[in-house]
Design a protein around this ligand. Structure first.
Ligand SMILES: Nc1ncnc2c1ncn2[C@@H]1O[C@H](COP(=O)(O)OP(=O)(O)OP(=O)(O)O)[C@@H](O)[C@H]1O
Ligand SMILES: [Mg+2]
Length: 240
């Protein structure tokens, strides 16, 4: 099991992929990813690059326990996940993972506050006071204090994306997975949002995996992985 030194001794990495293969779930049996391996330690970030259609979102959905690989093992904090049933997977997902979807996936009939607060009621619910504080902190951090009562459709694409980021971080998850989180943003706002994701996860000792088309962003992460011809390649780089 891969592990790293923490202040409290040696603890397992939040995310570890062992020879993961991903197949399209449409009956075609097309292999999207052949054998992906990697370890993401607490506080570490990964940028994933790859052409459109190369399987980045599919890989992220496996890392986020939303779909299963056809072979290999995904370990969360050292614990294998392949034998968990759907209910157990959902529990781990709610507890450990914050997800920023490529298309934001905000719920249109809920307010900004209610959207960000959604994960607070999953699994072991947070108290009302904790929820109010956590939502206020996250909205402040993405520059959307005062937007609590607005509906998603009244927001710009970039504002919706920032709501999605606030929602992903509201429960301080151990793993944050973000699919093109800066796609809808101008480059200055995109950089700000990314700095926020990066520093918030690092401060919390969580790991961050970001899918991006932007090579500079991917290179700025601690690790850079590229999906090409169904293989996940790791770029060698020195320490930051
Ligand atoms: N449910 C599905 N049914 C059929 N094909 C699918 C399905 N989901 C994904 N695919 C196909 O699998 C391939 C990988 O899709 P995926 O969304 O993972 O790519 P991606 O790298 O995230 O692309 P993009 O950069 O455009 O977001 C694509 O060819 C896509 O058409
Ligand atoms: Mg995608």
């Amino acid at each position: 099991m891969s592990s790293y030194r923490s202040q409290n001794g040696t603890i397992p990495a939040p995310l570890e992929l062992r020879d993961i293969a991903i197949q399209l779930g449409d009956g075609s049996k097309r292999i999207l990813v052949r054998s992906a391996s990697g370890v993401v330690s607490g506080g570490e970030s990964v940028g994933i690059l790859g052409k459109s259609g190369s399987g980045k979102t599919s890989l992220l959905s496996v890392l986020g326990l939303m779909s299963r690989p056809v072979s290999g093992e995904l370990l969360l904090s050292g614990k294998p996940t392949s034998r968990l049933n759907d209910a157990e997977l959902a529990r781990r997902r709610n507890q450990d993972i914050g997800f920023v979807f490529q298309n934001y996936s905000l719920i249109s009939h809920l307010s900004v506050f209610e959207n960000v607060a959604l994960p607070c009621s999953y699994g072991k619910p947070m108290s009302k006071k904790q929820t109010m504080e956590a939502v206020a902190e996250q909205l402040q951090a993405v520059g959307l204090a005062g937007f609590e009562k607005r509906r998603p459709r009244s927001l710009s694409g970039g504002e919706q994306q920032r709501v999605a980021i606030a929602r992903a971080l509201v429960r301080s998850p151990q793993i944050v997975l973000a699919d093109e989180p800066t796609g809808a943003l101008d480059s200055a706002t995109g950089l700000q949002v990314l700095e926020h994701l990066y520093s918030a996860t690092r401060r919390a000792g969580a790991c961050l995996v970001v899918v991006t088309h932007d090579e500079d962003i991917a290179q700025a992460m601690d690790q850079t992985w590229t999906l090409c011809d169904s293989e996940l390649r790791h770029e060698a780089k020195g320490s930051r």
